[in-house]
Write a protein that binds this ligand. Structure first.
Ligand SMILES: Nc1nc2c(ncn2[C@@H]2O[C@H](COP(=O)(O)OP(=O)(O)OP(=O)(O)O)[C@@H](O)[C@H]2O)c(=O)[nH]1
Ligand SMILES: [Mg+2]
Length: 140
């Protein structure tokens, strides 16, 4: 099974019409998207997705934000893709994210940081299952 990761354009990215720019960057780098859809995250799905952050001070703000509007969720595939996409997003805090990264170029606020990316191969597997049916993942 080739390595896969989960990338989501958060509600701020969709509202700000950044979907196209982000897709262009992914495609120009030659990365392979094997699943993609737009959806509105429910409170239930948000709690599953961000279960590791339950109880933290910023948890409620995070859940409120991620359910505040449509997101674009996708699966990318390729050797080393988890780390490649993590670097593509940039550091969690956009103020520390490097130029050329999504958060470095498009974000300033810690909550509204445009994209979510899986932080490991294990997280990626869990997150992909939370968002996609097996049949929705193409590209074989
Ligand atoms: N207000 C606040 N928000 C935080 C803090 N730490 C993380 N967050 C938010 O919670 C999200 C999830 O945190 P992490 O999983 O640790 O960071 P990340 O993996 O870079 O971000 P995601 O790709 O969204 O999961 C981040 O994207 C931030 O928006 C914090 O200390 N304060
Ligand atoms: Mg995370």
């Amino acid at each position: 099974m080739p390595e896969q990761t989960f990338l989501m354009i958060k509600p701020d990215g969709v509202k700000r019409r950044l979907v196209g720019d982000i897709l262009i960057k992914l495609e120009k780098k030659g990365l392979k998207i094997v699943a993609m859809k737009m959806l509105q995250i429910t409170r239930e799905l948000a709690e599953i997705h961000y279960q590791e952050h339950r109880g933290k001070g910023f948890y409620e703000e995070l859940i409120k934000f991620i359910t505040s509007g449509p997101v674009v969720a996708m699966v990318l595939e390729g050797e080393g893709i988890v780390e490649i996409i993590r670097n593509f997003a940039g550091k969690t805090n956009p103020k520390e994210a490097g130029c050329g990264t999504i958060r470095g170029d498009y974000a300033y606020d810690l909550t509204q940081n445009v994209v979510h990316t899986s932080d490991s191969i294990v997280s990626a597997k869990r997150e992909i299952i939370n968002f996609f049916e097996k049949a929705e993942i193409l590209g074989k």
